[in-house]
Design a protein around this ligand. Structure first.
Ligand code: PEP
Ligand code: MG
Length: 376
């Protein structure tokens, strides 16, 4: 959303990137620099206090426990996940292995990356590896076919995998091989219906059989999950739930497809609202479907790591929150300072409201009164 900024900066310019407010300040003056240095040290002392929570469980005051996991894009991020007390990896975006120019990552290279994450997290922490989610805004430079009129609704994720079974099977084999190093969970992105899920599960079964035939050891009880990020999947989440071991709600895409708002288009970014009542109804519905089928429901979209959403998601019954490691402890602080009952009351109140503006204002005020969210 920064428009023509690359034409306004020169090599060597000082810049301040203020991610919290979505601002970049080019060539700041002395007083702005001072202001930001002081903000930074406030943040650092807030972080130091949060780090004391690192080993404590994400448990409400009335004893309801949830799991806080990390989202990773490259294996090197394991360290940050551990420092911030992650209880496993809820989303490893494997496609980053495929996006760099050069050769497409082969089975061995993939195996090594997955094994590294599993070994890094240790034997007791689940590591959820998502199968390759390319297309849309992420294209593999080596492959043709991504030049589409409507890529966000096009050849993406499992749709790509089912038509490039060579690439898909190689990845599944690398995952199965790596599964002996810890608790690997396989997660499929962009599932839109039951047929698609059955198709990917069939391919997984084929690859498992190949491994058995070649006497390659793997975790026979490996868990598989479906991302729920397409409205059709949300609506039939009850039908999907009995075919997988877990759900993970991908709000980044679920919001995009529910409200029909391109998640990367700054002209319409004002429409991209996690608290749109339609999105909140979907989230509640998905959690209920999962629980009726006795499977855990997680979330790995950005909303899971936004402190403003924590109490709402907790009150709706979300079991696993997966987020960028830097957000884990603030979310934990909030969870540890509230009861599940209070969170459920907040959900009851906001589900009566009809507009995202009203919900945003109400939740922001409620959260700030209660938790003094970090601000500058
Ligand atoms: C999501 O859609 O919420 C998600 C986690 O996947 P990605 O952001 O990689 O599309
Ligand atoms: Mg997604």
């Amino acid at each position: 959303g920064l428009g023509n900024i690359t034409r306004m900066v020169k090599s060597g310019d000082m810049m301040i990137v203020d991610g919290n407010h979505g601002k970049v300040i080019i060539r700041p003056d002395e007083s702005t620099i001072e202001e930001y240095v002081s903000n930074l040290s406030k943040w650092e002392s807030h972080e130091r206090k949060l780090l004391e929570l690192n080993e404590l469980p994400a448990c409400t005051k009335d004893g309801h426990q949830v799991l806080l996991r990390a989202n990773l894009e490259i294996p090197e991020e394991v360290e940050s996940a551990l420092v911030h007390g992650a209880q496993g990896v809820g989303l490893y975006r494997s496609e980053f292995l495929f996006l760099k120019p050069g050769e497409i990552a082969d089975e061995q290279e993939q195996y090594e990356a997955y094994a590294r994450v599993l070994k890094g997290m240790g034997p007791d922490q689940p590591v959820t590896i998502r199968t390759i989610d390319v297309g849309g805004d992420k294209v593999i430079p080596e492959l043709e076919g991504f030049d589409e009129e409507n890529p966000i609704l096009g050849w993406r994720a499992v749709r790509f995998c089912l038509s490039r079974k060579d690439i898909f099977k190689t990845q599944l084999k690398a995952m199965l091989r790596a599964s002996v190093h810890g608790q690997l969970r396989i997660m499929f992105p962009m599932i839109s219906g039951v047929e698609e899920l059955k198709d990917v599960l069939r391919v997984l079964d084929e690859v498992k059989q190949e491994c058995r035939d070649e006497q390659i050891p793997f975790d026979e009880s490996i868990k598989v999950g479906s991302m729920i990020e397409v409205p059709s999947a949300a609506l039939i989440s009850d039908l999907i739930a009995d075919k997988v071991d877990f759900f993970s709600i991908g709000t980044n895409d679920l919001i995009q497809y529910t409200i029909a708002v391109d998640r990367g288009n700054e002209k319409i970014a004002y429409l991209y609202q996690p608290f749109h009542p339609g999105v909140l109804r979907f989230i509640r519905m998905i959690i209920e479907s999962g629980h009726r089928a006795h499977i855990p429901v997680g979330m790995c979209g950005e909303m899971a790591g936004d402190p403003l959403s924590t109490v709402l998601l907790l009150g709706m019954g979300l079991d696993e929150f997966s987020m960028s490691p830097a957000s884990l402890l603030e979310v934990k602080r909030i969870i540890r300072s509230i009861t599940l009952h209070e969170a459920q009351e907040l959900v009851d109140d906001i589900m009566e409201m009809d507009s995202y503006r009203e919900i945003n204002t109400y939740v922001r005020k409620w959260m700030n009164e209660r938790f003094k969210l970090f601000q500058y």
